[in-house]
Design a protein. Sequence first.
Length: 177
Amino acid sequence: METLFLSCLIGGILFAIISVLLGDWISASLDGALDFLSVEGYSLFRPTVIASWITVFGGAGLLLHEYTKLGTITVLILTFLIASAFAVGLYLSYIRPMEQSENSVGFSIHELVGLLGEVLVPIPQHGFGEVMVQVGAARSHYIAASFDGTEIPPEARIIVVEVDASEGVLFVSKFDI
């Protein structure tokens, strides 16, 4: 029994070290040959969860076998339950939230309505100028026209009122606080 537990513990630790230090390099050098190991669908069976289950199974098994007077079957059952609880906890507290936190830096021009910006090139009453609008951490420049037909000087704060997506033009108004 001790050999099984020790093998699981050492194998799990080695898997963690190798995957952290060499994972991307190995994947790139094998040109995706190990992509079949990625489990699509139910992500509770991802390699990270399985490797953590094996590692905890080995560690808990060694501790229970060495420091308790429980029988072999009892140790196996308790070790299985401890490793399963840890793997499910890891999945629920770390992996699932990380999967759901993926964000895109892309945005639609329609999402600019209501955002504040700054005039770079003055906007005449009946013409076009240029504004800079910050979306997230990125600043983008757009062609702009006055929404209410007033001239807007450079460096004035503006708010995007309407968007003409087909022409890529923002209709803006001067933003006075």
